[in-house]
Write a protein that binds this ligand. Structure first.
Ligand code: RB5
Length: 150
């Protein structure tokens, strides 16, 4: 599985831990930046970047991190075809996949400790999307289609 990871400066410290964890587990990782905790950057740029990478098929899933996880999840969800889910614990992490078929997992580096964050990553990657929710996802796809037509 190919996993793209992106963060703003607030998420950078956790991004380095997430990438090390994923590499140690044998995943193929694409680091989409940023590359510093001290140089201020803008989370919409990184949310859009990871969203575009996932929708283009450059990665199977994305992991996006900012200080709270809120901004980068909002930005990623603006990309057509992205289902980005901000999670705070193992339960929301596996439900994001099982019920919502999320393709971008979002974490807050300033709100979720790294131990729990890595557990969330593992829970999300181990989960399987449940077919029984597909019709609800189809409704979200229809919303995207109608927004395109407006
Ligand atoms: C950056 O200081 C911070 O606003 C950002 O990382 C994030 O928390 C936004 O939602």
């Amino acid at each position: 599985m190919r996993i793209a990871v992106a963060a703003d400066h607030g998420g950078y410290p956790l991004k380095t831990e997430v990438i090390a964890h994923l590499l140690a587990r044998g995943f193929e990782v694409e680091d989409l930046g940023c590359h510093s905790a001290t140089e201020s950057v803008d989370y919409p740029d990184y949310g859009a970047g990871i969203g575009r990478a996932v929708v283009a098929g450059q990665a199977d899933v994305g992991i996006a991190i900012c200080g709270s996880g809120i901004g980068i999840s909002i930005a990623a969800n603006k990309i057509d075809g992205v289902r980005a889910a901000l999670v705070h614990d193992v339960t929301t992490a596996h439900l994001a996949c099982e019920h919502n078929h999320a393709n971008v997992l979002c974490l807050g580096a300033r709100t979720t400790g790294s131990t729990v964050a890595l557990e969330c990553v593992d829970a999300f990657l181990a989960a399987k999307p449940e077919d029984r929710h597909q019709y609800r996802l189809d409704k979200i796809t229809a919303l995207e289609q109608s927004a395109r037509e407006e």
